[in-house]
Design a protein around this ligand. Structure first.
Ligand code: FPP
Ligand code: MG
Length: 342
């Protein structure tokens, strides 16, 4: 039993995958895996069985098709899934406990198959506020994250105890902490810096986001990261998701690829201009000129020099701050593991 199953696609799937791969392919796909309970009701199953089959659809070999294997064959290197929202804590105690128990079992299994994950180069990241989870689950997650952190062939980001607004609020708090500690200045706050403070700081933004079960909303998932992402809403319930559903979503991505790329390029250029403007304003502030030009009106050469000097200092501050943030986050995981992975 494995999170990543080896195996080939059948002939028809292989041909379809090759045709799709001739076009632009998403490198990072995010899933809102919705519809587990409706699936269970329709099949007269226990609710927990619906969630179990939902997990199987993501990563188990017990069904013929599973999502991570398809993604591997479609050269999709990164997958992000919404496994448990902070809102989900409002479900019945019974259901929440069932989902926590399922997660424990799956992370335990994941740790048992470390070799397989190493062979496939799978890096598992968990995005969310782990403090909200039971301590034994926190420990298992920390072990899984640390055991796979050096792998770099493909990435599975599991959003657990996550909502996007919570993530953004946390990022703002991290920056406030940086200012408090004297690591950065308030004027260093920018869109790029906020992105670096999100739980998703190590990932590119998703190219394609898929929500199953016919619901057409984002439910507080990756709101910051998906402003230039192709959004596809499909009516199929998650446990019934098929290779062909994924192909259909990729086709929609391909049809919209050009306009998405254009929008991303425009945004990137606009951000560069905004940052340049902000740097100019700070560099040429009266205080700065006093230090570098004795208060006299600066000529073009001196303005350029002041700007370069300011940008280099800002980049250095930001680099130190991000290093401190990484150390803080790493020690959260290492402390949880109590110094050992065994
Ligand atoms: C949405 O269906 C599904 C969930 C809230 C849970 C998703 C979790 C898994 C598939 C397991 C993943 C676990 C790990 C460890 C990665 P729903 O419950 O909202 O069903 P409904 O929309 O039909 O009510
Ligand atoms: Mg739902």
């Amino acid at each position: 039993m494995s999170w990543i199953k080896e195996g080939e696609l059948n002939l028809l799937e292989k041909i379809s995958a090759s045709i799709l791969k001739a076009g632009p392919m998403p490198k990072h796909v995010a899933f809102i895996m919705d519809g587990n309970r409706r699936f269970a009701r329709r099949k007269n199953m226990e609710r927990q069985e619906g969630h179990m089959q939902g997990f199987d659809k993501l990563a188990e070999p017990s069904l013929v098709f599973q999502t991570l294997r398809w993604c591997k064959h479609l050269n999709i290197q990164e997958v992000t899934v919404y496994a448990f929202s902070i809102e989900n804590f409002k479900r019945t105690k019974d259901e929440v406990e069932g989902l926590m128990e399922l997660a424990k079992q799956k992370f335990e299994r994941l740790l048992e198959e470390r070799e397989n994950l190493e062979k496939h180069g799978v890096c598992i990241r968990v995005l969310g506020d782990l403090n909200l989870l039971p301590l034994d689950l926190q420990r298992l997650i920390a072990k899984a994250v640390l055991a796979t952190r050096a792998h770099n062939k493909c990435f599975l980001n599991v959003c657990f105890a996550y909502t996007s607004r919570y993530e953004m609020t946390n990022a703002v708090r991290e920056m406030a902490w940086g200012v408090e500690q004297g690591l950065i200045q308030a004027s260093d706050v920018s869109e790029a810096l906020l992105s670096q403070c999100l739980y998703s700081n190590n990932s590119p933004n998703p190219d394609l986001l898929i929500r199953t079960s016919g619901e057409v909303r984002l439910s507080d998932f990756l709101l910051w990261q998906t402003s230039h992402t192709c959004l596809v809403f499909q009516s199929v319930l998650w446990p019934e998701y098929s290779f062909w559903n994924l192909c259909e979503a990729i086709l929609q991505y391909q049809v919209n690829h050009k306009s998405i790329q254009n929008a991303r390029d425009v945004h990137r250029e606009h951000q560069k201009l905004l940052q340049l403007e902000a740097d100019r304003t700070c560099a040429l502030s009266a205080e700065h000129l006093q230090r570098h030009g004795n208060g006299k009106p600066a000529d073009a050469g001196r303005r350029q020099e002041a700007l370069s000097h300011y940008v280099a200092r800002r980049q250095e501050r930001v680099r130190h701050f991000l290093e401190a943030l990484t150390t803080k986050r790493d020690s959260f995981f290492t402390d949880l593991c109590d110094g050992g992975l065994a």
